[in-house]
Design a protein around this ligand. Structure first.
Ligand code: 4AD
Ligand code: MG
Length: 477
């Protein structure tokens, strides 16, 4: 008999048929009702065990998280809240699960406890919902770009350039610590290392993606990136996935349009395709909100927030306007910001970004035209000589979701910038070649995938939206 998934059976209306399903027991009630889950949906199917000669030994082995194989008749359910259930004819235990030892009890566990059991937490409703939504979002990312004429490019994970300046890098070396050969100056001699030079894990695929945009026109990367910053926050991972589109002939306005359309497109996909999981997560967040003081509670439910983002324009505001708003804001005047805003040129901290999106505009905001001094070398210099064509997309509850820019396509200006920052031309000779041979206006951005999953699922900590998070002092599993 063909094996069906729980999802297929719950959606089926072919009653009184023999069916076969495998899964894991979620709960077993009154020695009769099994709630069975196989991961295909957040919903369980009820399996009613009504054997003529009840086998006590077998019943004892139907415990939470035991793997079972069930054959029986699909019938219309008598119980409330479900359409179909299985009248079990045969039940086979595929794998026992000792309830004395199994750490995830059918009760509420803290997320901290579940993080320590990251290999088992996906067996809970919350984490299975988050991970299904994560999977749907990644499909939506590819679908969006593929349907819009972009090519998927796999940029290297091990990189020989560290000029991006996006963050601290993890070294990649084959030398044993303490046994690295030294050169005449007493420094580690990387010419003897595997790649014959210093290499790192990438912090971004942008520079390589730019070279591809200069031939394929519209490209995107979607891969792992690594940052060795010691940021122990609910928004930072040492290993995260980044989506980086890069488009030839796009200026900053087109780049902002793309980022907005892209985010709306993938959120709409999830609204259309992840209804059950979103409803569960919506409910979970509502419960969590109830534990907060009234003033801190969100005005919108999770699903309302997603619709709000899809249905409304992002507010576009220049850095200079944002500084004026922040300077005159209540928290700044009352010295509530940890980093007070006094003058133009200040880098924005997450407290400022969150004030702008959560308190002032109450919607996603695209900030653009930042001071050159606080942004990367490759961003295009504006006519004013002091700002660059940078953009950050800021989201409520998240802060920075996207960072991007129009790139400096003028060879002389780019070289000047690199020299001023002490970036060696020899190190980026290949990057400069794109400006020598058929240079063109182009733009792109990077979106942190986990921050998108965080927003979409309403979870509060980035460690809970990636299967096995890597953070300072933590690389278990
Ligand atoms: O703003 P960032 O550093 O931009 C770049 O790396 C550019 N090269 C992107 C480009 O233009 N192609 O990073 C982009 C995004 C951030 O907006 C944030 O969403 C995410 O990556 N991000 C992180 N996500 C999780 N953990 C971290 N440590 C992150 N650092 C950045
Ligand atoms: Mg950034």
């Amino acid at each position: 008999m063909k094996r069906s998934s729980v999802k297929e059976l719950l959606e089926s209306d072919k009653f009184l048929h023999e069916v076969h399903v495998n899964g894991w027991v979620r709960t077993f009630r009154s020695n009769r009702f099994i709630a069975l889950n196989d991961g295909s949906t957040i919903k369980n199917i009820q399996c009613v065990v009504d054997f003529e000669n009840t086998n006590e030994d077998l019943l004892k082995r139907i415990t939470t998280s035991a793997a079972v194989s069930i054959k029986g008749t699909l019938v219309e359910s008598q119980g409330k809240g479900q359409t179909s259930e299985i009248q079990v004819t045969t039940l086979e235990i595929l794998g026992d699960s000792n309830p004395e030892e199994y750490p995830i009890q059918p009760k509420k566990h803290s997320f901290e406890f579940l993080r320590e059991n990251a290999h088992l937490r996906v067996r809970t409703n919350t984490f299975s919902a988050v991970m299904r939504v994560r999977s749907a979002l990644s499909f939506a990312v590819h679908q969006y770009f593929q349907q819009n004429g972009f090519y998927y490019v796999n940029t290297p994970i091990i990189t020989g350039s560290d000029a991006e300046g996006a963050g601290e890098m993890f070294k990649v070396t084959n030398f044993e610590a303490n046994k690295a050969p030294l050169n005449e100056e007493g420094e580690v001699d990387y010419t003897q290392d595997f790649f014959g030079k210093e290499t790192n894990l990438t912090v971004s695929g942008q520079l390589e993606a730019e070279t591809y945009a200069m031939a394929l026109g519209k490209v995107y990367t979607f891969g792992p990136t690594f940052r060795a910053e010691n940021s122990n926050t609910t928004r930072h991972l040492a290993e995260f996935w980044m989506i980086e589109p890069e488009v030839a002939f796009n200026d900053l306005d087109a780049n902002m349009d793309l980022s907005e359309d892209f985010i709306k497109g993938v959120l709409q996909y999830v609204l259309d395709n992840c209804k059950d999981d979103l409803e569960f997560l919506d409910n979970r967040l509502a419960q969590e909100e109830k534990t907060k003081p009234q003033a801190e509670r969100s005005e919108m439910s999770l699903i309302e927030k997603l619709h709000f983002v899809v249905d409304n324009n992002f507010k576009r505001v220049s850095y200079t306007e944002a500084i004026d708003i922040l300077r005159n804001s209540k928290p700044n005047k009352k010295k509530k910001f940890q980093f007070p805003i006094n003058e133009w040129g200040a880098d924005l901290q997450s407290e400022h970004e969150r004030f702008l999106v959560e308190k002032h505009f109450k919607c996603p905001v695209i900030l653009f035209d930042y001071p050159a001094s606080i942004k990367a070398f490759y961003m295009r210099l504006n006519e004013d000589g002091k700002t660059v064509r940078a953009m950050d997309v800021l989201f409520p509850g998240i802060g920075e979701m996207v960072g991007g820019s129009q790139r400096e396509e003028r060879l002389d200006v780019l070289k000047e910038k690199m020299e001023a920052l002490g970036i060696e031309e020899e190190e980026l000779w290949w990057y400069l070649d794109t400006r020598k041979f058929g240079t063109a206006v182009h733009s792109g951005f990077g979106l942190g995938f986990e921050r998108l999953v965080l927003f979409t699922t309403g979870m509060g900590n980035i460690r809970d939206v990636i299967p096995f998070p890597r953070t300072p002092q933590n690389a278990e599993f």
